[in-house]
Design a protein around this ligand. Structure first.
Ligand code: CMC
Length: 430
């Protein structure tokens, strides 16, 4: 990142010189760190629409071109040719692994898949009808109560162990949350299976009979994990970074990320999108819902549509759509009404002036639910699957921040619009 040019800002007659930073890709960035000191003003940017909160080497999105790179590699190539644990290595350490490095990494992750046995009791404290995301926020936050040897953020080795533990245990925790919610026994991980196949095993096998993981479904699951692995400074990642900037332990930070991801504008959109498609129910009702989405007085939004950064298309959605066709074909699900509604809704919306003008395209959540439903997951498991996939992104971003000597506690300023200073009035005089 070279410092080449500068921008001049005139604040009530006083000139402030601000350096312009040049990134590897994307728009140039005005460095305003000295603005308050020199100009005595703050900047105002709710929702961070024009503000870079950090520098990062991990993920890059070009919203106009519809490109997403992990460490420089396009997502389409990784989805087609790589697999999730290799992508985890790439995100965590910056380069694709050699065969030896990959085997070593896979062994390390695999050896950490079981959770502390005492955690089973912790799960049992939740109501059976708890949303699996609610359970995950609690259980992941509680990991710092179980793994005391990996909470010292100043020790690189402890940071590494915490990272491996989180990536390894998240599928186990998500599967346990699911099993608990349907009243079935927890299923222990099987380390002879791949990461994705083991997750399907923990979700769908029962002690009473043998369950053979369909390799094609494991591959589709793995691709879903890969497509969700990181997405630069989105809301949950920024939450993880902000929580981590105070020195909070990694388990607490990831729990904060899970809580943020749950919102329907973010990771919760995959559940909301499928529920919306079911609610629409048939192709003839689509115009009614398009009209609702366009009506300013109606809070309804087309879930799975729109993105803060992508203004052309979401490359993840493209791969996801192809995967949806493959999985439904594989499972012999033909004429799936939800898929029909989804395809028709996408077509109608993409031809509608409102969606064209606002550059609203289907995002990753639009098609993922259709695949997950076909695999047998209830809608309440869609966001936990997003959370387990994104854990590596959160961890990579958190590690990058902690290792950065420039790291400071995140502390935004504000534009105060409350009451001016006033004196306390005794209660009898109010
Ligand atoms: N349906 C109808 N109108 C929409 C939609 C939508 N899905 N999304 C945005 N708009 C309109 C919005 O009302 C606004 O209109 P106007 O300019 O007239 O006020 C305009 O488009 C710009 O939208 P915005 O809400 O200001 O854009 P944003 O960048 O703040 O929000 C978003 C992005 C993803 C939160 C939003 O598009 C949305 O809520 N989409 C539905 C939820 C969803 O699918 N979320 C998943 C995002 S991808 C996965 C992830 O990140 O977790």
């Amino acid at each position: 990142m070279a410092e080449s040019k500068s921008a001049k800002l005139l604040v009530e007659g006083k000139e402030v010189d601000l350096p312009i930073l040049t990134p590897t890709a994307g728009p140039e960035v005005i460095d305003i760190r000295k603005l308050y000191g020199q100009g005595d003003v703050f900047t105002y940017d709710p929702g961070f629409t024009s503000t870079a909160s950090c520098d990062s080497t991990i993920t890059y999105i070009d919203g106009d071109k519809g490109e997403l790179w992990y460490r420089g590699y396009p997502i389409e190539q990784l989805a087609a040719e790589s697999h999730y644990l290799e992508v985890c290595y790439l995100l965590l350490y910056g380069e694709l692994p050699t065969e030896t490095q990959l085997t070593d990494f896979e062994n390390r992750v695999t050896r950490h898949t079981m959770v502390h046995e005492q955690m089973h009791n912790f799960f049992r404290g939740f109501r059976r009808d708890a949303h699996p995301m609610a359970t995950m926020v609690g259980v992941v936050g509680a990991m710092s109560a179980f793994y005391h040897d990996s909470v010292d953020i100043n020790d690189p080795l402890q940071r590494e162990i915490a990272s491996i533990r989180l990536i390894a245990k998240m599928p186990t925790i998500a599967a346990m949350a699911y099993k608990y919610s349907i009243g079935q026994p927890f299923v222990y991980p099987r380390n002879d299976l791949s990461y994705a196949a083991n997750f399907l095993h923990m979700c769908f096998s029962v002690p009473a009979e043998t369950y053979n993981v369909n390799p094609a479904l494991a591959r589709a699951m793995d691709r879903i994990f890969t497509l969700h692995a990181d997405h630069e400074q989105n809301a949950s990642t920024s939450t993880v970074r902000l929580a981590g900037s105070s020195g909070a332990n990694p388990f607490a930070c990831i729990a904060a990320g899970i809580a943020c991801l749950w919102g329907p504008a973010h990771g919760g959109a995959n559940q909301a999108a499928l529920e919306m498609l079911r609610q629409i129910g048939s192709v003839d009702r689509i115009p009614e819902y398009i009209a609702k989405a366009k009506d300013k007085s109606d809070p309804f939004k087309l879930m799975g549509f729109g993105h803060r950064v992508y203004k052309n298309f979401d490359p993840r959605a493209k791969v996801m759509k192809e995967s949806a066709d493959e999985v439904l074909d594989l499972l012999g699900v033909h004429n799936n009404p939800t898929l029909q509604v989804a395809k028709e809704l996408e077509k109608i919306a993409l031809e509608d002036e409102y969606f064209i003008e606002k550059k609203l395209y289907p995002n990753v959540d639009f098609y993922s639910g259709i695949i997950l439903e076909a695999m047998g997951f209830p809608t309440s498991m869609f966001t936990p699957i997003f959370a387990l996939s994104r854990t590596v992104g959160w961890i990579s971003q958190w590690k990058e921040m902690i290792a950065d000597p420039q790291n400071k506690i995140g502390r935004p300023r504000q534009l105060y619009i409350g009451s001016p200073r006033r004196d306390y009035i005794d209660i009898v005089k109010r």
